[in-house]
Structure formats: C-alpha cells, structure tokens
Design a protein around this ligand. Structure first.
Ligand code: FPP
Length: 247
C-alpha cells in the first residue's frame, strides 16, 4: 500500500530537520519527556531508512542546540546518553546501510568519552556514500558563524579575500551543500538558530505533527511539496524570464 505513492522527480539533495515536539508527544501520553526523545530517536531510524529509499543524499538533524544546556539536568544527561547509546547500538547497522556520520557543532564541549565515541563513529563511516548524515549536537548557527570569524582572523586572511565561498569552508557543514529543504515538526514557525547561514535559500516545510509521529508518508508529503516549489533564489522563474524576453 505505502509503496503506491510515487516518489517525486525532484527529490531534495539535502534535507535538514528540526525534530521538534518530542516533549509534547510524551506529555500527551502522560510520559516523561525523555520517553519522547527515545520515541524521537526510534523515528529517526525510520526517517534515515526513508531518506535512503527516496534518494536523499544529505540529511542534517538538529539533535541538541547550544541553548539546550539550559534544560533540566536529567533531560540534558538523558540526551547525551541517547547519542552514546545510538553510537554503541546502531553504528554497525548505519555503516551497513552506507550512512556516513558527521558532526556539526562544538564537539570539544561534550564529555570526553562521548567526544571519542563521536570521532570513532565519524572515522568508522567516513567512506560511506549512500547518505551523509550531519548530526547537529551542541550546535548553534550564531556560534558557528562566530567560530568561523575567529578562525578566519586567526588564519590571517585579509578582508578582500573574504567571499561566501571562503566563509563556507569555515562552516561546520563544510563539504555538504546548503540544505534544499528544511523541515520543522510540531508546528513552530521559527529558525531556532539552525543553519542560519546555510539556509538562506532553503525551502521550508512546517507540519503540525510531533517528531515521533513524522513517518515515511509525512516525509514523502514534504518532498512532494518541495518538488512543486519554484525556487527562484531572488531571481525570476524560468517561465517569467521567457515572458519578459518575448516582450
Ligand atoms: C525537540 O523537542 C527535540 C530535541 C531538543 C531533541 C531531539 C533529539 C533526539 C530525537 C535524539 C536524537 C538522537 C541522535 C542519535 C542524534 P522538544 O523537547 O523541544 O519538544 P517540545 O517542544 O514538545 O518540548
């Protein structure tokens, strides 16, 4: 039944997701917030599989922001443990499925044993090409820009050499194209400090579904919506250009 829905011709090369609504999903079920994050992690597994199926090449997920340290200690510790246990339990499976893991954000502020695990996962999967997955953990878009500025200055680069291309090379996401489509679940209409440089011309898709409920069909709906968009990057669409040429 599910396979009957056709995969659109224009699948985004890079999808980024703000996986929002885990807490509300849990609350609606009388569960602790961490149960929502665990359900969200289960869902991530399904969405990774669907991305591979649909031919998405890059997936960036917002798992922990630089602001999330301000959450209650048990939630912060729980999220750190979730990442650790995903690496411990899922790395082989992700590797078999050709997923290359990358990290974006401030790794050096994570506990040392977790830093080592993340670095191991990155190294272990570095040759995989089926799906490049950037995990934004301890990530903030403004923090990323500050880091880039500091490193550009430290490298002694003169102002006339600073271009968009150069700045891109200083971003945590260096090596990934800009996201074509950014999805946010749970209905919130905010950037929340996510990919604020890279998302300049991304298409947005916001759904009321909470992240643990955002399944394969929901992803397909988001991709279908994307495939019908006219991306103009501040210019005119092809049909408009043809019309103005004719005048
Ligand atoms: C936002 O929902 C979700 C998060 C801050 C955490 C998302 C993290 C995961 C799903 C785990 C990811 C796992 C790996 C391996 C990277 P919220 O808590 O803000 O929800 P609410 O707005 O309903 O309270």
């Amino acid at each position: 039944m599910t396979n009957e829905v056709e995969i659109p011709k224009h699948v985004p090369q890079h999808i980024a997701i703000i996986m929002d609504g885990n807490g509300r999903w849990a609350k609606a079920r009388g569960l602790p917030r961490l149960a929502g994050h665990k359900a969200g992690t289960e869902n991530l597994r399904r969405i990774i599989r669907a991305c591979v199926e649909f031919g998405v090449q890059y997936l960036t997920i917002y798992a922990f922001s630089t602001e999330n340290w301000g959450r209650p200690e048990d939630e912060v510790q729980g999220l750190l443990q979730i990442v650790e246990s995903v690496i411990d339990k899922e790395l082989d499976e992700l590797h078999k499925n050709g997923v290359q893991m990358r990290h974006i954000g401030r790794l050096e502020q994570l506990p040392v044993h977790l830093q080592k695990k993340v670095l191991h996962a990155i190294d272990f999967t570095k040759d995989n090409q089926q799906l490049i997955m950037n995990i934004a953990f301890n990530y903030g878009g403004r923090d990323e820009i500050l880091c880039a500025i500091r490193r550009i200055i430290d490298d002694g680069i003169s102002s006339e050499k600073i271009s968009e291309e150069l700045v891109n090379t200083y971003m945590f996401t260096h090596g990934s194209p800009d996201p074509d489509l950014i999805i946010r679940t749970s209905g919130e209409m905010r950037l929340s400090n996510f990919l604020i440089w890279q998302g300049a011309y991304s298409e947005w898709y916001v759904t009321a579904k909470y992240w643990p409920e955002f399944d394969r069909e929901c992803l397909l709906e988001a991709i279908t919506s994307y495939s019908q968009r006219d991306r103009r990057y501040g210019k005119l669409s092809a049909s408009n250009e043809a019309r103005s040429d004719a005048c």
